[in-house]
Design a binder for this molecule. Structure first.
Ligand SMILES: *[C@@H]1O[C@H](CO)[C@@H](O)[C@H](O)[C@H]1NC(C)=O
Ligand SMILES: *[C@@H]1O[C@H](CO)[C@@H](O)[C@H](O)[C@H]1NC(C)=O
Ligand SMILES: *[C@@H]1O[C@H](CO)[C@@H](O)[C@H](O)[C@H]1NC(C)=O
Ligand SMILES: *[C@@H]1O[C@H](CO)[C@@H](O)[C@H](O)[C@H]1NC(C)=O
Length: 549
């Protein structure tokens, strides 16, 4: 007779074996549950408002008109669709379908962009137009959704946003527009300057829309910003391909000297590469190349004592002192450099292709190093999650090249266990941002190195453990943190739309096997668009009509 103890041990061993065999499936299932829980909590307690606090269930809309823009709703639809495509769990699939239909019905029948309200052109383009366009794209690919709903709403919104270009003598749009009257409005502060990254982060959306609508005006408007920007400021010679973070829209002249890959600078660089990946036009690869070469020359530094690679800032121009501060936002750069090097092929494939060269090899190494640094910004924190901004330590011998940190100031800062970086008291919050898991997702698929899945699993576990909103011991939602330096963590009453649009999407894609990175390009809000078909571009006369020569 078989001993029941042996039988149960045997079953347990089998279960453990099965678990490790199916680790990626179980990670997928875990993320599906978090996604559904977060979304359904919002649906129940925050719908259809733009801003939602999952602790108090407070909610409001962003525009002064009081009507919703669909900030969380439109941003989330494609995450639900992608998950619907990949899930292997029937119950999950049914729930996703119900939510997708619910959203689609709201977009078709309730969402009305004819609102007398001023909106930020960049944010509304990347989140709302981007969300609608990828809703359109995915509903043509995956067996869910009605493409016409997303297409019509995208055209309606884009025609309103396009009016932001209308008053500017240089062709660079003003930073805001009234969605009803079409009035273009300059930034109310910073001398009316637009953020350089804002008007250079509309191009993927407008170019993709031009290709599906056949209306070339979208393409032309989006592209017209580059010629004045590059020529008026002589970017390649005066700035080594880099850009200060503010530009005066009327003249295209830079305003101030602050150069960084963090906020207001970041996606300028991202969209140079991504336009190349979307259309394969060499001009944009060349502009990207010059920016990356400038970055390597002026901004790439190593921390003391362990030599973590990071991207520094030049607040007083390229010849001024360096600031060793880095925003978490900069952490998208690992993934971007890796995509620029490989164009979405695996590193093994890419190294044997005609385009491979020493610059790309160097970009790839840098991509690995930066992603490792960003992982350390999670791993070394007590909450296992990254703060919004860190300041890297530098060797005493290089002190005169940096903006100096006084010893009295430093005493109040949190110091990482390896002493490679510090966190200032006001910079310790975590907004559930995506950039590090974004880079980890790209690095995994391009390298096939399972270390990246381990890092993703660790970070996901820390989000689960330290951002959960619990009532009577039950997890009800996930939210932002006031600081990552103390556990148990102090929660902040706000769920950012990019938790659903980006962070959970990239984490989910990290654990899927068939992700074709050379066929899709993600906009800066993680909304996927397909690489444009060359024959179709030719037919529609969609081509770049400016050059630096
Ligand atoms: C849908 O999932 C399959 C694998 O199950 C994958 O090959 C395909 O690329 C996915 N489609 C999209 C649009 O992501
Ligand atoms: C093309 O797009 C522009 C910009 O929004 C718009 O003004 C124009 O009416 C559109 N043309 C057509 C034929 O729809
Ligand atoms: C990725 O690595 C696994 C082993 O970890 C291997 O079985 C698989 O074939 C590799 N895939 C590619 C595309 O290289
Ligand atoms: C393509 O666009 C350019 C610039 O707008 C124009 O000069 C040219 O005539 C167009 N070609 C066709 C075939 O429409």
């Amino acid at each position: 007779m078989l001993n029941p103890v042996i039988i149960s041990v045997g079953i347990a061993a089998l279960a453990v074996f099965y678990y490790f065999q199916n680790k990626d499936i179980s990670m997928s299932y875990k993320i599906e549950k978090i996604l559904l829980l977060s979304f359904e909590d919002y649906k129940q307690n925050g719908w259809p408002y733009d801003v939602y606090g999952p602790i108090s269930h407070s909610h409001r809309n962003m525009p002064r008109s009081g009507q919703p823009l669909g900030w969380i709703i439109v941003d989330t639809i494609d995450t639900l669709m992608l998950t619907y495509n990949y899930t292997q769990n029937d119950a999950t699939k049914k729930k996703l379908l119900k939510n997708i239909e619910f959203i689609e019905n709201w977009i078709e029948n309730e969402l009305d962009y004819n609102m007398d309200s001023e909106v930020n052109v960049f944010e509304t383009t990347i989140r709302m137009l981007g969300g609608l366009l990828s809703g359109y794209y995915l509903s043509t690919q995956v067996e869910v959704g009605n493409p016409a709903v997303y297409f019509l709403k995208a055209v309606d919104l884009a025609d309103r946003l396009a009016l932001s270009f209308s008053n500017s003598p240089s062709g660079i749009p003003y930073s805001s527009v009234n969605l009803k009257t079409g009035e273009a409005i300059k930034n109310h502060v910073d001398n009316g300057a637009s953020s350089t990254a804002e008007f250079t982060t509309l191009q993927l959306e407008f170019k993709y829309l031009a290709s599906i609508s056949g209306n070339k005006t979208y393409w032309t408007l989006a592209e017209q910003v580059y010629e004045p920007l590059y020529k008026v400021n002589d970017i390649l010679n005066q700035y080594d391909g880099l850009v200060p973070i503010y530009t005066l829209p009327d003249t295209a002249q830079f305003w101030g000297q602050n150069i960084r890959f963090g906020s207001r600078g970041d996606s300028f660089y991202e969209y140079l590469l991504k336009q190349y990946l979307l259309t394969h036009e060499q001009t944009y690869y060349q502009l990207y190349r010059s920016a990356i070469d400038g970055m390597k020359k002026h901004l790439v530094k190593r921390s003391y004592p362990s030599g973590l690679t990071y991207i520094a800032e030049k607040p007083y121009g390229l010849n001024g002192l360096t600031s060793s501060k880095m925003d978490h936002l900069v952490c998208f750069m690992g993934g971007l450099l890796a995509m620029g090097a490989t164009e979405g092929y695996t590193i093994k494939e890419a190294r044997s292709m005609d385009f491979w060269d020493s610059d790309r090899e160097d970009d790839w190494i840098l991509a690995m190093q930066l992603t490792h640094t960003c992982y350390q910004m999670y791993h070394q924190l007590p909450a296992g999650l990254s703060p919004e901004i860190v300041v890297f330590n530098y060797p005493e011998s290089e002190r005169n090249q940096y903006e100096q940190i006084s010893d009295t100031e430093r005493i109040s800062w949190w110091t990482s266990p390896t002493e490679d970086f510090f966190v200032k008291p006001l910079d310790g919050h975590n907004l559930q941002r995506p950039e590090t898991v974004e880079s980890i997702m790209f690095m995994y698929h391009l390298s096939n190195d399972t270390t990246y899945r381990e890092w993703g699993e660790e970070i996901l576990g820390n989000f689960e453990k330290n951002t959960a909103v619990k009532r009577n011991g039950r997890v009800e939602a996930y939210t932002s943190l006031n600081d990552c330096m103390h556990v148990p963590t102090s929660k902040r009453d706000n769920m950012e739309s990019f938790w659903l649009a980006e962070t959970l999407k990239y984490l989910y894609l990290l654990f899927q096997d068939n992700v074709n990175l050379h066929e899709i390009v993600f906009n800066t809000e993680a909304h996927p668009f397909p690489v444009l078909d060359k024959a179709k571009m030719d037919r529609l006369n969609l081509t770049t009509e400016w050059s630096l020569n």
